[in-house]
Structures are given as C-alpha cells and as structure tokens.
Write a protein that binds this ligand. Structure first.
Ligand code: OGA
Ligand code: NI
Length: 342
C-alpha cells in the first residue's frame, strides 16, 4: 500500500486502518456550514475604528475561540497562488515527495512530510490526511530546505510566510486593546519560531468512518489558517460540532492554549477537527505562532484582581509542549497540570 493518501489509486472502500472506533467517528455528515463564526473586517483605515474591531475580536475569541478576518492586507492573489502551489505539491509524482518523508535519510528538519499520520501508539488509526510541515524562521535559511518542485514553491510560499508574519502582530495588538492590556503586551511574547503545517485531505471513500484531523486545541499562541473553498473544519460549540464556512480571501484565526492562559481564561481555545468528503480534495495551511523561546507564560498581571485570581501558574512553553505531546491526541486535560489549586 502506498504511504501517502495522495498517491492512492482510486480506492473504492476505506482501508481498515482508517476506520475510527464508533465513538470517535464524525457521525452524520455533512454538518451544515454555519454562518455564526464572526467574519471581521480588520481594515482600520477604511472600516470601523480600532476599538470596535478589537471588541468584535474579543467577543468572538470568548464565544467561539475562532473568527475569520477579511481585508487583512495579505494580497488575494498571493493567497490563491499559495493554495494552488500546495495542491500542486501533493499532485507531484511519488519520487518528488518521497525525499521529504519524515523517516527518509534525506529528509531535513525544516521540511517534513508525514504520510497519513498515526495518531498514537496505542490506537493504530490513521488520519485521512497527508501533512507537510515547514519551518519558517529564519526564512532565508529554512527556505533552502523547502521543496524545489513545483518550481515556484519557494518564491510563493516564502512571500506568503512573510506576509502572514506581518499580519499576526496586528491581530495580537487588537486582542491586546480588546483585553485592555497595555499596548505591545504581546509583542515580546511572540516568538520568531513559526511553522506552517499544510494539510491535504484527498476524497475519502467513507467520510462518516474517517477523520482528517481528530479533535484538538492548538498548543501555541495563535493560528492563522488558510482553507480552500471546501467545508471540512468543524469546531465544538455548545456540545455539538459546527462547520466553519469557507469565506473567499478570509483567514480563519483561532486562539491557542497560550493565549487562553495569558488572558487568564478570558479568551478560549476551542476544540476543532477536520472531516473529509467523498468528492473533492481539501487543502488547508495552518500557520502556528509560538511564544518566544524561554519566556515565562502566565496570566497577565493587569487582568488579575481579587475577583479574578490567576487560574494558571507560570511555566515555560517547552514544558507545556512536552506535556501536550505526551497526551498524544487526548488533550482533554492539557491545561490541568498548569492550573493553580483553587
Ligand atoms: C490544524 C488544524 C484544520 C483544518 O492544522 O491544527 O486544526 O481545517 N487544521 O485543516
Ligand atoms: Ni488545529
């Protein structure tokens, strides 16, 4: 059997190792795409003023842990080009992709291809997804390890990485305003180590039995997701899964665990997953922004008072990541060991 799902030749039925246990299956599909996840215009020069935008972001981050941004300044053509090039990469012949296989000796640490990843050692179910992970910092160095095919890959994805890296401090600053923190509060918290995770979900013979990505919260500060025009991303809200509607030229933004902790639970990191469909390949690219190396993460002092005592202790992100990784897809208790005793 081929390693990559994108190399499979027209599988008629879902191979057994992709079938999830009954209680974890996505259940009845399709889940209707919802229009509730707020779509926020963040162009302060042409639209609403900063305070209004900040409040919208804050409300969405509290209620959904997710919002979409439009008029964000990243050129639309670049977003389309980037999506196209990611798709082209997965359509390449096997040998062009195999050099990046994670276990391959020529694979390098700045570009790794994970074939239909195993979720954990005890539960041998595979995700219906191929996944390419790219490191993006420092860009000039990392880019040399990225794919050379398709030929424009490095140029396009490099420009994309540069643009999204400029967008993130703007969104964090709006969150800062919304929370009432001093301007620049997140500036020195944001690290330079960013990574891009490209998810490729080919058509699945039975989407009701498989998952592209199991439920999880992102461990980092904030994630900027580029999704194509096909439904697949779902968030868990009020005890049910709801679909996040694809909006042309928008980014989906979600709050990672570190922002939940820094905001002392004011902002929520919300569980999400990706389901598959039987008709079309869906591609998404998650840009993960992590805290700066070595800094202590703890609830912002300005948000703490007698009626809002700190919920979490101080720790370093590396400690958090180690604990998150060992939970291996079961993140239900990811925050527990970082909570202060009530
Ligand atoms: C992720 C993620 C969602 C998607 O990569 O962390 O949640 O729609 N992706 O692919
Ligand atoms: Ni995620």
């Amino acid at each position: 059997m081929e390693k990559l799902i994108s190399n499979f030749n027209q599988v008629q039925s879902l191979p057994e190792k992709y079938i999830f246990p009954l209680e974890k299956r996505p259940g009845k599909l399709p889940v209707p795409a919802c229009k509730f996840v707020p779509i926020i215009d963040i162009d302060e020069t042409a639209g609403e003023n900063r305070a209004v935008i900040a409040q919208k972001i804050l409300k969405a981050s509290q209620e959904f842990g997710f919002f979409q941004v439009i008029n964000h300044g990243v050129p639309e053509d670049l977003m389309k080009d980037t999506m196209r090039i990611f798709k082209e990469f997965f359509e390449l012949p096997t040998e062009d992709k195999a050099i990046f296989y994670v276990e391959n000796s020529r694979s390098n640490k700045n570009c790794k291809l994970y074939p239909s990843s195993i979720i954990n050692a005890t539960e041998d179910v595979h995700l219906w997804r191929d996944n390419l992970k790219l490191n993006c910092h420092p860009l000039e160095k990392c880019i040399l390890d990225w794919p050379e095919k398709p030929t424009r890959y490095r140029q396009v994805v490099g420009s994309y990485a540069t643009e999204v890296t400029k967008l993130v401090p703007r969104i964090l600053e709006l969150i800062c305003v919304g929370l009432g923190l001093e301007s620049g509060y997140f500036e020195d918290k944001l690290g330079e180590v960013t990574s891009l995770s490209v998810n490729h979900y080919p058509p699945c013979p039975d989407p009701s039995l498989a998952l592209g990505l199991t439920k999880h919260c992102d461990p980092n500060l904030i994630t900027i997701l580029l999704q194509d025009d096909i439904c697949g991303l779902q968030i868990f809200k009020d005890n049910e899964w709801i679909g996040v509607e694809p909006v042309p030229n928008a980014f989906v933004v979600n709050i990672g665990y570190q922002l939940q902790i820094l905001s002392n639970n004011k902002l929520k990191s919300v569980e999400h997953r990706a389901v598959t469909n039987s008709r079309t390949t869906r591609t998404s690219a998650a840009f993960f922004f992590n805290p700066r190396d070595g800094i202590m993460i703890e609830p912002a002092k300005a948000l703490i008072n007698a009626s809002n005592p700190p919920v979490f202790r101080a720790f370093r992100y590396q400690e958090f990541l180690r604990s998150y990784m060992t939970k291996n897809g079961n993140n239900d208790n990811a925050l527990e060991q970082f909570k202060l005793q009530a």
